[in-house]
Ligand binder design. Structure first.
Ligand SMILES: Cc1cc2nc3c(=O)[nH]c(=O)nc-3n(C[C@H](O)[C@H](O)[C@H](O)COP(=O)(O)OP(=O)(O)OC[C@H]3O[C@@H](n4cnc5c(N)ncnc54)[C@H](O)[C@@H]3O)c2cc1C
Length: 386
């Protein structure tokens, strides 16, 4: 158990400047950033369950396909990727935890000319929208793809790929644990196995009752992933996030490092297994598993890389993404509560770079950078429940 010491504690009551509910990659990153600024911060995290997104993701830093029609989000993603070298070095130094981080670039292979054409059009659209900022991605031919991944024999129909050198991958659990530990080493407090039960105003701040006692705070950050829907209810706020089911499969180990560059939906883990998964299903909180879905993912993977069919599948599972209903991040204060913040997003691993760099300042009252301002809750009011 990790426990810092800067929260004032009497009997079973603590007092902190900022309480972050949720110690997943979003909350842990915000906690780390606040501790760096000398804030008395406490992050609490409920008992870990494996289907939480921070414990079941692919660890990709993926910016090349974010997102046509929303140039702010494209810049947000690329800027996040550019923060990683500094962030990883800082986390490793402060936490003592090594985080395997591979800024290798990333690939989206195209199966068939039609798919290649569609992808090329998308990339061209992004390039136009990027304007002076620039879009650092491109389409490559099959032979260029083969040079990047020489140990893969691609399927006959693979005719090229989208390539972006600012994508990459890291070990997401290591990064999350490093964020928590670095925060504690800087004087913050991390309380594991600690569930927030109730929230109410107390004076100019808030009092949160938890499974480990009461915590009073001046500011409160809701970073509970899908549970922000329950946490928001304490403020009569309907947080517009929804579960998005993924179904993944894992093959036996390949001793060689055959996929040094990740493919969207098809990556090699540091242990050597191959992980396949790309489906998005909106079936509520059902974490059931359907063999048909996994079979179709397997068929796609084999169409990209036929030799994959020779490997045994050792595990299949489903888990839930935290998906804002329009797919974009949410960073805002709760209406009527200027000191309560709600943070939700998909791709929170990718966005960790910019989260650590900007969200702590936002919590401290310094606003968001221009691009971040579009991610407010007010966008949902325009159309009701978007
Ligand atoms: C299969 C899959 C693959 C993915 N791949 C990628 C990828 O390659 N790259 C990428 O960038 N993103 C990826 N994602 C998305 C990414 O994992 C999520 O965006 C991210 O994990 C969300 O983190 P979070 O901290 O906001 O939420 P969560 O991971 O849900 O964490 C919330 C935390 O809050 C805690 N909590 C909730 N309620 C309470 C309470 N009442 N009291 C105390 N604690 C509470 C929970 O215990 C949990 O630890 C993937 C997701 C999935 C499911």
């Amino acid at each position: 158990m990790i426990l810092g010491n800067r929260s004032k504690k009497s009997a079973d009551r603590r007092q902190v400047d900022v309480l972050v509910i949720g110690g997943g990659v979003t909350g842990a990153g915000v906690g780390f950033g606040l501790a760096k600024k000398g804030v008395r911060v406490c992050v609490i995290d409920d008992t870990p369950v494996v289907d939480r997104a921070s414990r079941s993701n692919m660890g990709l830093i993926w910016v090349q396909s974010k997102a046509l029609g929303i140039p702010e989000y494209m810049r947000w993603g690329f800027n996040s990727s550019r923060h990683f070298p500094g962030l990883i070095a800082e986390l490793e130094e402060t936490s003592g935890i090594h985080i395997p981080y591979n800024p290798t670039g990333g690939l989206i292979p195209c199966v068939g000319e039609e798919e290649y054409g569609r992808r090329a059009e998308y990339i061209e659209g992004l390039r136009k929208e990027a304007g002076d900022f620039g879009y650092n991605g491109t389409m490559i031919s099959r032979s260029e793809l083969e040079k990047l991944l020489p140990k893969i024999s691609f399927g006959d129909k693979v005719c090229g790929a989208a390539w972006c050198e600012e994508d990459g991958f890291l070990e997401p659990l290591k990064m999350m644990f490093a964020m928590r530990k670095a925060m504690v080493n800087l004087g913050g407090t991390f309380l594991p196995e600690c569930r927030a039960h109730t929230i109410r105003r107390e004076g100019s701040g808030y009092l949160v009752t938890t499974s480990r006692g009461e915590i009073a705070c001046d500011k409160l950050v809701l970073a509970g992933g899908l549970s922000n829907r329950q946490l928001g209810a304490w403020f009569d706020l309907k947080v517009p996030v929804t579960p998005d089911r993924a179904q993944d499969l894992l093959t036996e180990r390949v001793t060689d490092n055959v996929l040094p560059i990740p493919i969207l939906g098809l990556t090699q883990t540091p242990g050597g297994t191959i992980m396949v998964g790309y489906k998005h299903e909106y079936v509520g909180t059902d974490t059931g598993f359907t063999p048909e879905a996994v079979a179709s993912e397997g068929r796609w993977a084999v169409s990209v890389w036929p030799d994959l069919a020779k490997l045994r599948v050792i595990r299949c599972w489903s888990c839930l993404r935290v998906m804002p209903v329009d797919g974009l991040p949410i960073y805002d204060t709760v209406p009527g509560h200027d000191n309560v913040f709600v943070f939700n997003c998909h791709s929170a691993v990718t966005l960790s770079g910019i989260h650590v760099a900007t969200l702590p300042d936002y919590v401290l009252g310094n606003g968001l950078p221009e691009d971040g301002k579009i991610f407010s809750l007010s966008r949902f009011n325009k159309t009701g429940a978007k």
